[in-house]
Write a protein that binds this ligand. Structure first.
Ligand SMILES: Nc1ncnc2c1ncn2[C@@H]1O[C@H](COP(=O)(O)OP(=O)(O)O)[C@@H](O)[C@H]1O
Ligand SMILES: [Mg+2]
Length: 207
């Protein structure tokens, strides 16, 4: 599903990833752990095509990413993102936020997805009318609406308490059970309970 060969990354002259090789199979829930500054976000950005690594090759579903002609369309069709901050638009309702992200043929599925995730009652509310935990569950729904092959989540529970964190992990676990690969970077060791694969980073290398 995801294969990285000899990935290195530099910000200017500073090297932050060192010749990483890794392979993630379809349907895994990968816990990317490591101290702050160890390179988790940079690696996640490289794997998710948001950042082009300085060196090395990345393959997604067997396709060499550098050979993909329209990477924006590929990303919109195949990849879901959840970040520490939800990036919902405050003047759009929950439903409208998801609709904005949804491809045309996925728009009819929004209510069914909200129902499945247990947040249908939030559909007409605005982000500032719901709790932080609910906002992050909406962000997960938005990441799932286009039925991506993989979801990348960078510290998705960084600003949540443990109860709300658990709810987010459970949603991602459910997505995984349906075949979506999940790659989650976090400090929270509770992720271990949900993960099927662990990748531990230290100083830009995989331990
Ligand atoms: N945009 C950037 N420009 C320059 N340096 C960066 C940038 N983003 C991250 N870094 C540096 O790269 C290293 C790895 O950071 P990051 O990938 O964010 O690690 P983590 O997510 O594990 O905290 C850190 O030393 C950080 O300061
Ligand atoms: Mg980070």
């Amino acid at each position: 599903m995801i294969k990285a060969l000899n990935i290195s990354h530099f910000y200017g002259k500073e090297q932050v990833l060192y010749a990483l090789d890794l392979e993630i199979k379809k349907g895994e829930f990968v816990f990317l752990s490591g101290d702050s500054g160890s390179g988790k976000s940079t690696l996640l950005s490289c794997l998710s095509t948001l950042l082009s690594p300085s060196e090395g090759e990345l393959f997604l579903e067997g396709q060499r990413v550098d050979d993909i002609v329209d990477i924006d369309t590929f990303r919109q069709n195949k990849i879901g993102f959840v970040f520490q901050f939800h990036y919902l638009i405050n003047y759009l309702s929950v439903f409208e936020n998801i609709s904005l992200a949804a491809l045309q043929d996925k728009k009819p599925n929004i209510n069914a997805l909200l129902k499945e995730l247990g947040i249908l009652d939030l559909a007409s509310r605005y982000p500032n009318e719901i709790s932080g935990g609910q906002r992050q569950r909406v962000a997960v729904a938005r990441a799932l609406i286009n039925e991506p092959i993989v979801i990348f989540a960078d510290e998705p529970t960084g600003s949540l308490d443990s109860r709300n964190s658990t709810l987010v992990y459970e949603l991602l676990s459910k997505a995984r059970e349906k075949g979506t690969t999940v790659v989650l970077a976090s400090h929270d060791l509770h992720v271990q309970e949900y993960a099927t694969q662990m990748i531990k980073m230290r100083d830009g290398k995989i331990q």
